[in-house]
Design a binder for this molecule. Structure first.
Ligand code: ATP
Length: 286
């Protein structure tokens, strides 16, 4: 179906739809990679592809052949280089499918997840005690999946959640204190877990590995991660690639409940940054 002509070009409805779709896909890819080193590789690949199209259009056969070969191999290289981004991209698509939006199915899925019977009280009491003694801690609340892959990187406990258990795990001389604890289905699923460290280059240099691992986990999964700083005793939350810093126990309770129970849009989670903050990742409540 012809929409309008531009010179000798005939623009059809399908052309417009295709341009919009490609634009949307590129924008989603850009959003996923924004701030990471992958964005530079992505821009490099797009530039080579554009150059290839120009060279091909001008009829330079040798250059077209060379760049064409490069692009063929580049597809495989891109899959390897963009492993994490491809995973995130597929997760975004998975999140917005019909099945995930279906209320009935979603409530069924939730029944199996961490949400229905989570008792936050022991965690909050442990966090308060750890904060008071500057004991470092990293606690992941699984949301829509039990995070098996990450749990298996540590020691599986499947133990009843209690304040004393959490304090024993994070006690400085405990063999389990290093790494993260994963909480799933009101149980301490695992301890000593290794989380993916964020590659975001916008993370302030003041944040060490514990905070970076929490951010990385919140980017790779829909979990909520609680951090207790060994250095300052401050409690922070990472969710959806954002860090909320220096929270009180009441704020922690409200935010953890909110993030675990709601389907929060990115826009909703992202707090307004105050003018003095130059990082879009870090938010300190007033
Ligand atoms: N990838 C990871 N997965 C899980 N835990 C990690 C990871 N990397 C570091 N940690 C934990 O963080 C600890 C080191 O924290 P580091 O001092 O670098 O972080 P920080 O963000 O400055 O936090 P703090 O304010 O507590 O010092 C390690 O001992 C380990 O327990």
């Amino acid at each position: 179906m012809l929409l309008f002509p531009i010179g000798f070009l005939e623009v059809t409805f399908v052309d417009v739809a295709e341009i919009l779709l490609v634009g949307y896909l590129l924008y989603q890819l850009y959003k996923l990679m924004r701030g990471s080193v992958a964005i530079r590789i992505f821009i490099g690949i797009i530039s080579i592809y554009l150059l290839y199209l120009i060279v091909k259009a001008t009829g330079m056969e040798l250059l077209t052949g060379i760049l064409g070969q490069f692009i063929d191999v580049g597809v495989i290289a891109a899959i390897v280089v963009f492993q994490q981004e491809i995973r995130k991209f597929l997760m975004v698509i998975g999140k917005s499918t019909f099945f995930n939006n279906d209320f009935f199915l979603r409530s069924l899925l939730r029944r199996n997840a961490n949400l229905t019977n989570l008792n936050l009280q022991p965690v909050l009491e442990a966090a308060k005690a750890m904060s008071g003694t500057n004991t470092g801690g990293l606690i992941v609340f699984a949301k829509s999946s039990e995070l098996k892959f990450y749990a298996e990187s540590g020691d599986i406990l499947d133990a009843k959640l209690s304040k004393r258990l959490l304090l024993s795990i994070f006690y400085k001389n405990s063999p389990l204190h290093d790494g993260a604890v994963i909480i799933y289905n009101n149980q301490v699923k695992a301890a000593r877990c290794i989380l993916p460290v964020t590659e975001n280059t916008e993370v302030p240099a003041s944040l060490g590995l514990r905070h970076r691992a929490a951010l990385g986990m919140s980017e790779a999964t829909d979990s909520v991660v609680l951090i207790i700083s060994e250095e300052t005793g401050q409690m922070s939350l990472a969710f959806n690639g954002r860090l909320e810093h220096n929270l009180s126990i009441t704020e922690l309770r409200d935010k953890i409940n909110h993030y675990l129970n709601e389907d929060v849009d990115e826009e909703e989670v992202v707090p307004e940054t105050t003018p003095e903050e130059d990082s879009p990742i870090l938010h300190t409540p007033a």
